[in-house]
Design a binder for this molecule. Sequence first.
Ligand code: GAR
Length: 206
Amino acid sequence: MKRIVALISGRGSNLRAILEADLPVTIVAVISNKPDAAGLQLAEQYGIPTQTVNHRDYPDRESFDGALADIIDAYQPDLIVLAGFMRILTDGFVIRYQGRMINIHPSLLPAFPGLDTHGQALREGVKIHGCTVHFVTPTLDHGPIIVQAAVQVLPDDTSDTLSARVLEQEHKIYPQAIQWFAEGRLHINNHGIVNLSAPKLSHDVL
Ligand code: GAR
């Protein structure tokens, strides 16, 4: 089974969705940059080892990312899952894990990278908004797109109502993307586009 390390900063609702999906993977550790992240308690309830690497304990991004990488590498993960991890990562860190680190972002990328994506969507007046799971590359909130889900923006939406509807979709597509990774079905082509190959037939079916 593929070994996964999840990085979080907060409540961990995407982590919960991944855990509840009962995927054919082993989550070997959950690491937070914030000691009080609620997602850490959730991981402990599931018996998953947790670690905190508090970014405030490090003078700069390079030293924080170095400490984080040392801890991650000790778990020998096949995949690193950023699940509401709210730190900008250095290029060196991202390149080290390129092709085996994925992120969920609450917009239909490439629209609305960065923060306050739901506010950005409302201010632009878009009629369709959503979320994206993508491989992480050095450009923030960029990188080969694995899966997206769309929601309609309603006339009376607020940032809160819109974010709640998008979050429901996040909880569906993140487990789906991890399932595909675990099945070895995600392939990045020469143009940086993700192709999803057909599921392998099991011997029972043949
Ligand atoms: C989610 O909406 C996720 O898409 C977003 O943070 C939230 C974390 O919620 N991530 C980003 O904005 C990353 N750029 P959660 O802790 O309940 O999973």
